[in-house]
Design a protein around this ligand. Sequence first.
Ligand code: MYR
Length: 287
Amino acid sequence: MKIAIVTDSTSYLSKEEKEKYNIHVVPIPVIIDGKSYNEGIDISTEEFYDKLRNSESFPSTSQPPMGEMINTYNQLADEGYDAVISIHLASTISGFYNSLVSLAPTIENIKVIPYNSELTVKLMGNLAIEASKMAQKHESIDEIIANLDQIRSTINEVFVVDDLQNLVRGGRLSNASAFLGSLLKIKPLLTFDNKTNEIVAFEKVRSRKKALKRTEELFKAAVDEADYPIKAIVINANDPESGKLWGEKIQEMYPDMTIEQSYFGPVVGTHLGEKALALGWMIDSDK
Ligand code: MYR
């Protein structure tokens, strides 16, 4: 069975990764001052953050039109694929996955299996890479999904935003009301809650420096506890220098660990704002 792997642009995969692993990426739209852009196609990350600073209104995002998804799946059928595993951003932050669940049974000429990554960004991109490696080895759909579930269960992340307003305005912070009184004074640590899978602020910290230090402590506890090798992913929002410095610090703590650098592109940047930083970690399947 020939299986295609599809993900969306919030996986922030590089051109080389998309080509090497033959991953098909559908763009998610970002809307700035009434104009819609397809992330990674007609707006670059740098252009986006420039516009974010200068736009008259807050940007927003939307799901890709289902017509485009139908075209993508039909095209893969025409290319000879029998099935597609479509890996997308968490259903708690976008309705996209649930739209695909409704769409999938209506696609007749290829079997469509929507997969809820339960997160987004390069952590989801790495899930797509692992799925693709297995598809290239002709593993079955069930084996690929079982492996994705297993890898997904090892993923964790802590992120910090410079200004909570973007997350609150976009309605993606589930426990925002608990923090509203002190929004401007604190830099809360954020994560996807392990039970509800919603974005939550879980600890109040007074400065970015303290937030990064606390994240390192949490990361260290997770590495100590894990009985499998871990790799780390440092993600920055138009602040590569901070990402690089943090990555170097973590590399000093763990000289043998793989530390990837990645970024928040326009769509996720819309909800986090400039200068957000994240540390994600997951099983290192290459070790
Ligand atoms: C849509 O509007 O339905 C599509 C895009 C939704 C993106 C929501 C992003 C929320 C912030 C995610 C933070 C991840 C940090 C690791």
